[in-house]
Write a protein that binds this ligand. Structure first.
Ligand SMILES: [Zn+2]
Length: 110
């Protein structure tokens, strides 16, 4: 199995996703196998492996990414009253493409 679900399946268009927000360089969509009742994933469209591999040349992209995270989290908080923003690193990171989870509510899986 590939360790980059996002490049291989989402950004390639292989699977359809339910988009929440999109900019030129960033995509936010409802997780295809949600772990929480509300579970949105935010990814850069260009491949970046993780938060730890970001470089200063990625600053503009990172600002754009965080602006989308902020908007998505803002609407989840407005709707649900609470949200968390999380990114996994190292062995905790299943797919080696930078992604942030924005989620709220009960855990529904795992
Ligand atoms: Zn990738």
């Amino acid at each position: 199995m590939s360790d980059d679900f996002y490049c291989d399946n989402v950004l390639s268009g292989k699977i359809d996703v339910n988009k929440v927000h999109e900019t030129d360089n960033v995509l936010a969509y409802h997780h295809t196998r949600p772990f929480w009742r509300t579970h949105i994933v935010v990814i850069p469209k260009r491949h970046i492996s993780s938060l730890l591999t970001l470089e200063s040349s990625d600053d503009a992209l990172f600002m754009e990414l965080f602006e989308v995270i902020r908007k998505v989290a803002d609407s989840v908080v407005a709707e649900k009253g609470a949200a968390r923003v999380l990114t996994n690193l190292g062995d905790y990171q299943d797919s080696k493409h930078l992604h942030f989870h924005v989620y709220s509510g009960d855990r529904v899986q795992k």
